[in-house]
Every structure is written in structure tokens, then in C-alpha cells.
Design a protein around this ligand. Structure first.
Ligand code: ADP
Ligand code: MG
Length: 359
């Protein structure tokens, strides 16, 4: 059934013509897609000998993104990355994408195309094809729900519950860039000047708007059975590590000095008198992989880092449940590591008022 929509150019274009247009531009196919966009459901030939990975994420305007600081192309890109990152964290190969869209009455066809442009730029880089979706009008902003399907050999999936005492804790990439980038974007709305050098600011903003899903890394970790557990960093290291520890029934120590920060994030922290360790621990939306490996796998892990072209940092160790979660500040100084991930259903700070702590 066509969705109810108000009288704008989108209504004039019509739902069906819009879908046809999106399908022509973005609905490329492959032999395993027996039916893509256009029928009542997509018909897919599963990859032999693999298990199906399914993930979905809903992005709501005003909650997950802010169109004053991001374009719809940015939002589309990020929506794809959020889901690609979930498949990466399981060690799988992302394959098929479905997009559920609610468009406000002010939404234009060109904006929807921009959204799909961003979405498909991220998705196609990993061989993902668009096979369907749903379209509706919205009375309260944009909603973008992405469902991504992927494949993995049964038995190889990286889960959150396999960490063992003595395993080493590793993280990919750098931490805190995304939150720093978001804060800079919001300052640009609230005030006129940013607090760090232009090139640093540009780097941090890009890391917020266009994060990299660690798909190759996840696949290699799974294929070589290197990681005992893994999670992608959406809420922030402290909170996401707590998920692994809870589900694996273990504790962990994290070495503050080993947390990887980019030079730009360090400059941002220094300029704003923010503790870089807190930025690394509690900044969300980095979409790096946090994982655990037995010490004997370290040589193999070095090769994987090279093949995935991705920095890997050894940041801590899995300990007994009684040890809990602790941060080693160096010189014999320890702190309790309190999970401070991003929580929904908490009031958000007004734009331009935060000091680098959205969460
Ligand atoms: P139905 O009424 O059965 O839900 P639709 O008219 O919503 O059918 O969808 C027709 C076809 O277009 C389906 O194949 C569906 O997957 C696809 N489709 C609808 N909206 C989108 C969208 N926003 N992006 C991609 N494909 C879409
Ligand atoms: Mg529909």
C-alpha cells in the first residue's frame, strides 16, 4: 500500500516512481539475488555451507543524527557503517541490505537520493547489494532503519561470551576521534570558532561522519580462529568492554597508557582540558573492534594487522570475575573502570554546551 504523505514534490513523484528510481540507481544485483527490489519480498540463494548473520539498526533524526551538522549523504553513509560494523564484529561477510525509510513532509526526492548515495557508497565498498525496503511518510523527522544480512561459516562467528582469563585485550584503530569530531561539529553550530587546528578538526569530523567498519579485520580474526570474543565499539570502550566481561563472566584490566589516540584527538583533549584517557574510554561511535586473543596467537595477529592494514593495540588483559573492571593509571595507581557508554532515554544536552562528554 502506498504510504500517506503530504503534498510536496515527493508526493507528486509518488512512492512507486521513487522506488523505481532508487532501484534503477542503486539496486544493482548479483546471481544469488533471484529477486531484488520489485516483488513482495527479496528472494536470495544462500551461500552454501554458511550460517546467516542478521542485524538491524534504527537511526532517528534528533536522537542519532542532527541535520544541522550532517548531510543526508553523511547519515546514509553512517547508517550503512553501523550495520557493517555489527557484521564485522561477528567475523562475517556482509551481503544484502534492506532500507526502511520514514520521510518528513519537507523531504525532497533529491534528499532521499543523497541518503542512498551515502548508504550505497559505504555498502558497495564491501560488496553489499540493496535488495529491498519500505517507504513511509513521517510526522516527526527522518527515520532510517537498515537491515543487513551476512554470511559466516558455522562455528567461526566471533561472539561476546568467549573471553578467558589470561587472554589479551586488543582494540583496532584509535579511540575518541568520533566524539571529538561530534563536539567540534556542535560547537560550529553553537559558536563560530573551533578549539583545534583546522586539519585536526577536519580529521576528527571526518572520523565522526565517515567511520570505517573493520570488515576485513573481523573476517580474518574469525577465519584464523584468533579471537575468543569480539564486539564493535558503538557505545564507547568502557561500556562495550563491560558487555564482553559480563557475557564471558570475567573481569579485565586496561592499561591507560596503551589506549590508542590519534594526534588530532590528543590535540583536541589538550585544547579543551579533557582527560584523553576519559575521551578514549567513553567516546562512542568509533566503530573499532574490541577483541580478546590468547597470548600464543600474538604472532598470527601481527600478520592479520598487516593484511587488514589496520593498527591493533594491546590495551589490557582478561582477569578473574572477582577482579572486576580496573584501569591501570601507571605508577601503581589503579581506578575502577566504570562503564559510561551512551545511554538512550536520557535527556540530551543542548547543542554547544558540552565539554566533550555527550555521554
Ligand atoms: P509492499 O506494499 O509489499 O510493502 P512496497 O510497495 O512497499 O511493497 O515495495 C515494493 C518493492 O520495493 C519491494 O521489493 C520493496 O522491498 C521495495 N522497496 C520499497 N521501499 C524501498 C526503499 N525505500 N528502498 C529500497 N527498496 C524499497
Ligand atoms: Mg512496503
Amino acid at each position: 500500500m502506498p504510504s500517506r504523505s503530504s503534498r510536496n514534490s515527493l508526493a507528486r513523484l509518488g512512492e512507486f516512481r521513487l522506488i523505481r528510481r532508487l532501484s534503477r540507481r542503486f539496486g544493482h544485483t548479483r546471481p544469488s539475488v533471484l529477486r531484488g527490489i520489485g516483488d513482495d519480498a527479496a528472494l536470495i540463494l544462500p551461500t552454501q555451507g554458511t550460517a546467516l548473520l542478521l542485524t538491524t539498526d534504527l537511526l532517528a533524526e534528533g536522537i542519532h543524527f542532527d541535520l544541522r551538522v550532517a548531510t543526508l549523504e553523511d547519515v546514509g553513509y553512517k547508517a550503512a557503517v553501523v550495520n557493517l560494523s555489527d557484521i564485522a564484529a561477528m567475523g562475517g561477510v556482509p551481503q544484502y541490505l534492506l532500507v526502511a525509510l520514514a520521510v518528513p513532509s519537507t523531504g525532497k526526492p533529491s534528499e532521499i537520493e543523497a541518503l542512498y548515495r551515502g548508504l550505497m557508497r559505504a555498502a558497495r565498498a564491501y560488496g553489499v547489494v540493496l535488495v529491498g525496503g519500505d517507504t513511509s511518510a513521517s510526522h516527526s523527522g527522518w527515520f532510517i532503519g537498515i537491515t543487513l544480512a551476512g554470511a559466516i561459516t558455522p562455528g567461526l562467528a566471533l561472539t561476546r561470551d568467549g573471553a578467558r582469563v589470561g587472554d589479551l585485550v586488543y582494540v583496532s584503530g584509535t579511540l575518541g576521534d568520533s566524539l571529538a569530531g561530534l563536539s567540534l561539529l556542535r560547537w560550529q553550530v553553537g559558536r563560530s570558532r573551533t578549539s583545534v587546528h583546522r586539519t585536526d578538526a577536519a580529521y576528527l569530523v571526518l572520523r565522526h561522519l565517515r567511520p570505517t567498519p573493520r570488515v576485513q579485520l573481523g573476517r580474518l580474526l574469525a577465519a584464523h580462529r584468533l579471537a575468543t570474543s569480539a564486539i564493535d565499539l558503538s557505545d564507547g570502550l568502557s561500556g562495550d568492554l563491560a558487555h564482553i566481561c559480563e557475557q564471558s563472566r570475567v573481569g579485565a584490566e586496561i592499561d591507560a597508557a596503551a589506549l590508542p589516540l590519534s594526534p588530532a584527538a590528543r590535540a583536541y583533549a589538550a585544547a579543551n582540558r579533557i582527560d584523553p584517557v576519559q575521551l578514549a574510554l567513553n567516546g562512542g561511535e568509533d566503530y573499532e573492534l574490541l577483541f580478546t586473543v590468547p597470548p600464543r596467537q600474538e604472532p598470527a595477529l601481527k600478520q592479520v594487522a598487516r593484511r587488514a592494514a589496520c593498527r591493533l593495540s594491546h590495551i589490557g588483559k582478561i582477569r578473574s570475575p572477582a577482579f572486576g573492571l580496573r584501569l591501570n593509571r601507571g605508577n601503581g595507581s589503579w581506578e575502577r573502570l566504570v562503564p559510561r557508554g551512551y545511554q538512550h532515554f536520557q535527556p540530551h544536552q543542548p547543542l554547544g554546551t558540552e565539554a566533550g562528554h555527550r555521554r
